[in-house]
Design a protein around this ligand. Sequence first.
Ligand code: AHR
Length: 487
Amino acid sequence: MAQISIDRKRSCGTISRYIYGHFAEHLGRCIYGGIFVGKDSDIPNVNGMRTDVVKAMKALNMPVLRWPGGCFADEYHWRDGIGPQESRKRMVNTNWGGVTEDNSFGTHEFLELCRQVGCDPYITGNVGSGTVKEMSEWVEYLNSDGDSSVVRERRANGQQDSWGVRFWGVGNESWGCGGLMRPEYYADEYRRYQNFCRQYGENKLYKIACGPSDADENWTEVLMKNAAFCMDGLSMHSYTIPGGWNNKNSATKFTKDDYWETIAFAEDIERKLMLHAKIMDRYDPKKRIGLVIDEWGTWFKVEPDTNPGFLYQQNTMRDAMVAAVSLDAFNRHCDRVFMANIAQTVNVLQAIILTEGEQMVLTPTYHVFDLYKAHMDAKELDCFVEAGQLGNEKYQVPGISASASEKDGKVTVTLTNLNPDEGEEVLVSLRDEKITEAQGRILTGRMDEYNDFGNAPLKAESFTDFRIRDGALLVKMPACATAEIRL
Ligand code: AHR
């Protein structure tokens, strides 16, 4: 039997709601078709945004959405995406599939999407192929109410008041697709670009510097040493890619060994974020600067017969397990992790939503986010897990993952049984207190099970397979399952 012991007196802080953030790039069918279909589409929409998709995003209380990329951000010129849609500049999306980008989804459309969803916008500006002036004027266009030509232009385009965008990324993967820069060079560029991202009115920009890939400690060291004083956040990207870049897994047809490799890979994100947090602690002991894990999730082979540049993959219970262990890790480190954005919202990589024409399906990953909603803005609680190791000869992981929080007097624990074959009994206790009542919801299925169009059996359902024993809760977790239990 596994044991989880929760201590309400020990906490590393508040779990920022932005840990439950998302990311939508101009990539494949994420924006076009997945979110935005245009006003004239037969697919039900409001101002061009799919009604079904917006409703699903809203239902998660989605806190923040990152846009326009990704790699796309460093070849995106925001002026191409404003003004009358029919006369916007066309370009070829050289990063993603070589398709024509007609710029019909631009700044105004993105902010309309965020308005409909009720989330904060997070915009990444172009450092790789853009200028300081271009970035500076984008911020002015978004946030200023002064009388300038740029503001007049926004008003002429139909937006009277500034939007007050808070989250601002200065380049994306500047060590890679964003310009192949060395950290020393990027640190200087960051200092220069951010300097001209002005503060307007009451709105205070939260400036996010491009951070490391995976365990690249040198990048973090150089950035913190040279630019900590002028950043609010430092990003980090870490994908779960079992098999590696050249031998990726299929999203749906995989072996038990692939499963364990995936889970071990996903669990490793905690080690990586701790490496960076340790460096950040040296330069920023008061933890003013947030770690912003603005790209994470699984990366598998694209589905057969789809454009390789569109990164379209199905999403199984294995993805749900990855989401659960990752979110648990972010919760546990909420003293440093301020934001995280799973890649990507619709039809790309570890998507929470898939669409096909007018059809839409919610993936198991979507339901994990639904089960974890109560952690947003809650006080993290120390949650000690004792569980046996599981896996194969090469990869071993603790069989149970969990995290806990408290809000309005209610304790929420999310627990996951990573065993794909067998159920597990878990004894949940509250230190120095007795549990008197509990309500639960659960997502469970075979490790390779997924929701498809017209056949979506996997969802969060009511869960009652637990009982109180001597003031503790004895939970019977089925195989491959994530549950939310409220005490
Ligand atoms: O999410 C897909 C791509 O992965 C992003 O564009 C890039 O930032 C990362 O390499």
